[in-house]
Design a protein around this ligand. Structure first.
Ligand code: SAM
Length: 292
């Protein structure tokens, strides 16, 4: 039997099941075997690997992961895809599809039950993400504290540019900070629109996030560190002092200015110029102002 990710087989599966794409669910299926192989190559899967996939669609990527990994667990929101996946995944009994929203399912318990409790410790996320929820899904996976080895994900090229962005660039923002805090981030390769059915409006890229054994910087209060980073980018053209004052309260302006000095950060700088280390130092220094 041909692989799912060929135009011919994809079309025949869709026709047989009378499936129509839902744009609102970010349904752009991969139809290029070469790209799929490059994605699973980037994940460096082996016989002992476990794969968590978000949004298997009709199973084109799931199939390629299943050929290399010990077990694949795929979370799919669209109920109409369940009978299709039952059909296309029938040659792969080690694929388990779970119906639900990746933003609501308890991913920690799923990983515990499906992998760790079965002795599968080497877990990677391998996914072609639905683009309307790229950032919340990535954040949810990172913040889950699950010990993934790596996350290899297809996302919009424009978001991919933000993940590894350096301070002082337009692409640098709170997403860059969150990702670099948890992981070493790389853009593995760029993907043309033509390898999807239907073709999306934007170019795509595959990113690889290798989870750090411990975060890139030490902070006293992780949630406050992210809160401060987000607040510092709220209005990009404003100074760090103004953004922090807007966030923490106008009455605290003088105290914020004093603490910025203590953290050796010029209050006139813009948030986008601060490095991860500087955000960490800043968050620790102004921690006394949290909820004060
Ligand atoms: N993996 C397939 C491929 O590469 O051809 C399909 C990828 S398609 C870009 C995104 C998939 O995610 C669709 O199957 C869609 O139904 C599913 N999806 C969308 N939102 C989701 C959510 N919140 N939770 C889980 N799956 C979701």
């Amino acid at each position: 039997m041909k692989d799912i990710a060929t135009i011919q087989r994809t079309k025949s599966i869709l026709e047989r099941h009378g499936f129509s794409f839902k744009k609102s669910l970010g349904q752009n299926f991969l139809i290029d075997l070469n790209i799929l192989n490059k994605i699973v190559d980037a994940a460096e899967l082996g016989e002992a690997s476990g794969v968590l996939e978000i949004g298997p669609g009709i199973g084109s990527l799931t199939e390629q992961s299943a050929k290399r990994a010990k077990k694949v667990v795929a979370l799919e929101i669209d109920q109409r895809l369940l009978p299709i996946l039952e059909d296309t995944m029938s040659p792969y009994p080690h694929v388990h599809v779970i119906h639900g929203d990746a933003l609501e399912l308890d991913i920690q318990s799923i990983v515990e039950r499906e992998f760790f409790s079965q002795g599968i410790e080497d877990i990677s996320v391998v996914a072609n993400l639905p683009y309307y929820v790229t950032t919340p899904i990535i954040m949810r996976l990172l913040e889950s504290q699950i010990k993934f080895r790596s996350l290899v994900m297809m996302i919009q090229k424009e978001v991919a540019e933000r993940i590894g962005a350096k301070p002082g660039t337009k692409a640098y923002g709170s997403l860059s900070i969150a990702i670099q805090y948890y992981a070493e981030a790389n853009v593995s390769f760029i993907v043309p629109k033509s390898v999807f059915m239907p073709a999306p409006n934007v170019d795509s890229a595959v990113i690889t996030l290798k989870m750090r054994p411990k975060p890139a910087v030490d902070v006293k209060d992780e949630a406050f560190f992210f809160e401060i980073a987000r607040a510092s980018f709220a209005q990009r053209r404003k100074t760090i002092l103004n953004n922090l004052t807007n966030h923490l309260g106008k009455d605290k302006k003088m105290e914020i200015e004093r603490l910025l000095g203590e953290a050796e950060i010029d209050p006139k700088r813009r948030g986008e110029t601060l490095s991860l280390e500087e955000f960490a130092r800043l968050a620790d220094t102004i921690l006394p102002l949290k909820n004060s």
